[in-house]
Design a protein. Structure first.
Length: 276
């Protein structure tokens, strides 16, 4: 192992590949991180951080495990069956990678749609559970959240490793890039989740991102390749607009508070004036 790493330390091309791959892995990890943040925020506060760390830890284990079987991963791109329908922009010669992406995309679309429906549903929830029942529900929810995170970790891990394979032939570089990217996700997980939790409108924006990502995964599985730059540019623009909306709302709140404080001071002065 050391014999294969030592020559890379003095190779500028290897360092360039490492930096590029780290950036790509971090960007690709944003999708995974958004999903983990939304899912963990539905749990009681005392379970959120642990669930996020378990999810990100599993993402690292899966990525390193897939890298250890790199030959098998590359084989996932070979067609396993063909429906015989071919077009200029799509293909129905499906590989295992395509099937995994389609399944993951359908799961993301279903999950995002379900969460959006839950957010806009006006039916009151049942809050009259006994303490024992509440504990059972929490245990079931934590287990369910971790299971769903594992499913999406698998999808994003396959996509991530195949991206890495397409950028470099050196497995040590891939492993270092994956570890750095996942550690970055670990550091960003709590701030991102807390930000989403404190800003309810961001939740709907994040769910919209998940819908788009799910649709893109399904399209990719059918051979319709949407450039990643378009996706992340749309996400960045949407985040910018939401940031401006939040800035505007906060400015309006501060303005209203200042007006209320000024009015209260004026009322107090008028009340005190007759006694002067």
């Amino acid at each position: 192992m050391l014999e294969s790493i030592t020559p890379l330390l003095t190779d500028p091309a290897a360092w360039a590949a490492l930096v590029t791959l780290v950036v790509m892995e971090v960007v690709l990890g944003i999708d995974n991180l958004i999903f983990i943040s939304i899912l963990s925020n539905k749990l009681p506060p005392e379970h959120r951080q642990r669930t996020r760390r378990i999810g990100i830890g599993l993402a690292l284990v899966m990525r390193l495990g897939l890298l250890a079987t790199i030959g098998w991963i590359v084989g996932l791109t070979q067609p396993v069956f063909d429906l015989g329908i071919h077009g200029e922009t799509f293909d129905t010669a499906f590989s295992w990678r395509d099937l995994i992406l389609i399944a993951g995309g359908l799961f993301l679309v279903w999950k995002a749609t379900k969460e959006i429906h839950h957010a806009v549903d006006t039916t009151p929830s049942n809050d009259h559970l006994l303490e024992k029942d509440k504990k059972d529900v929490v245990i079931n929810n934590v287990g369910s959240a971790i299971f769903q995170i594992i499913l999406l970790d698998l999808v994003f891990s396959v996509d991530s490793i195949l991206t890495a394979v397409g950028m470099t032939d050196h497995v040590p570089i891939m492993m270092i890039a994956v570890v750095i990217a996942v550690l970055t996700m670990l550091l960003a997980a709590d701030p991102l989740a807390n930000f989403i939790d404190k800003n309810p409108t961001v939740v709907m924006l994040a769910l919209g991102f998940l819908l788009m990502i799910g649709a893109v995964l399904i399209a990719d599985g059918f051979g319709v390749h949407v450039p990643k730059g378009y996706i992340y540019a749309a996400m960045a623009f949407s985040a910018l607009v939401e940031g401006l909306n939040m800035w505007s709302r906060n400015a309006q709140i501060r303005k209203n508070q200042a007006e209320e404080a000024a009015q209260a001071a004026l009322n107090k002065a008028e009340t005190a004036e007759p006694g002067v």
